[in-house]
Design a protein. Structure first.
Length: 398
């Protein structure tokens, strides 16, 4: 059995590669990082340090890698693999479509079996985006519906940025938390469900994608943004959660989303299972052994302030269901002032762009043009005004 994994980064190597390898699959990574490719092919294994209680080391074996630029090799693997997966980041997905389409065409013409592609990206309606991207490169008579399974996921595992000195010593080593459940769309597979113990199929994947985005991602980002406006010197997420002012806003924002999700998906969620989920997440966020930073969790403002993303998407869902988004609005105001830097004192490139291009235009322009809120909608207009006032309060404190 063979998995073709596009992306040998944190999720590809630190999650998907691990669970498939340990289930007996050969894992072939496709990446553009020549150093990683060379090391994976030399060693055919790598280590994951599970930074949790109890700590442990996992050896991931039976792996190799090819360069994405070697189209002939990638197409060959697409024809031969049993299943494929992507974890390349949403902005990089369009680069995959032409090559994957070539592989699908050759696989189909050669009489191969249908191919399931597990989409491990933080993206709502990922299968629709992927389908549109592939279709542009496939012939009109290609049997997309029967030949390609586009499997959406909810990726919950947290993997921090590796310290530079550790990365220099072993570029393949990764830290990760113990949580390793992969929630997937059980209805999307064209082949039998892979026999991987960590896979948890769901009938209503949209509910779990939204739960991940509007509770997990929102709550995690809330900790980072509130930590920064409270004390910019706070480095780690676990440190931030020791401050009740930060913890309470994050938890309240998560509960605003939880109540909205209960109304949106009453067959999936109730107050009991949402309470368990939120408390488990707060416990995991507080894991000091993981060493997750405020910078990593909060960075990439331009993406994270998008209309379909964790804050605005949650806020709009709250408004839809009549939930007052007080904490979520507070998080949004704090996000506008987030300026955390990496270990070298540098802003993330998209955050630098936000500071340079968007922030000088003012709160209303950011919320209407970048976030997609409307001054013509009374509730959204009131939200914009509340965010502006909170932003000004936070700014005076910094």
């Amino acid at each position: 059995m063979k998995l073709l994994q596009f992306g040998a980064g944190n999720i590809g190597r630190g999650f998907i590669g691990q669970i498939f390898s340990r289930a007996g699959y050969e894992v072939v990574f496709v990446d553009v990082n020549s150093e990683l490719i060379t090391l994976l092919n030399e060693r055919r294994k790598y280590t994951i340090e599970v930074r949790d209680e109890p700590p442990r080391r996992l050896l991931v074996e039976g792996v190799r890698a090819i360069h994405f630029g070697d189209t002939e090799a990638v197409v060959k693997e697409l024809c031969e693999c049993d299943i494929a997966s992507t974890a390349v980041g949403v902005p990089n997905l369009p680069q995959l479509y032409p090559t994957i389409a070539l592989g699908l065409i050759k696989r189909w013409q050669g009489g191969g079996k249908p191919l399931d592609i597990i989409i491990c990206e933080n993206l709502r309606n990922a299968s629709l985006h992927f389908r549109d991207g592939l279709s542009a490169h496939l012939p009109k008579d290609f049997p997309m519906d029967s030949f390609v399974g586009l499997v959406e996921t909810s990726i919950g595992r947290m993997i921090p940025i590796m310290p530079e000195e550790v990365r220099r010593q072993d570029p393949l080593l990764l830290y990760a938390e113990a949580y390793d459940t992969l929630i997937v769309d059980g209805r999307a597979f064209k082949n039998p469900l892979p026999q991987v113990p960590q896979i948890d199929p769901k009938e209503n994947i949209q509910a779990y994608v939204d739960r991940k985005l509007f509770i997990h991602n929102l709550g995690h980002s809330a900790v980072a943004y509130m930590a920064y406006v409270t004390d910019p010197s706070i480095n780690y997420i676990w440190q931030a959660l020791e401050l009740m002012s930060v913890r309470s806003v994050a938890k309240n924002a998560m509960w605003e989303s939880a109540l909205s999700l209960i109304r949106e998906y009453p067959d999936e969620f109730d107050e009991h299972n949402q309470n368990e989920h939120i408390n488990d997440l707060l416990r995991r966020f507080s894991n000091r052994y993981l060493g997750d930073t405020v910078y990593r969790v909060g960075r990439d403002l331009i993406r994270k302030l998008g209309r379909e993303e964790r804050i605005i998407g949650a806020l709009l869902l709250d408004l839809k269901h009549g939930i007052e988004p007080n904490a979520t609005i507070t998080v949004l105001a704090a996000a506008l002032l987030f300026r955390a830097t990496d270990e070298h004192g540098r802003l993330y490139p998209n955050d630098y762009e936000f500071v340079r291009k968007w922030y000088p235009r003012g709160v209303e322009a950011i919320l209407s043009e970048l976030c997609g809120l409307s001054m013509d909608d009374e509730r959204q207009r009131q939200t914009i005004e509340r965010v502006r006032k909170l932003h000004d309060e936070f700014l005076r404190r910094l």
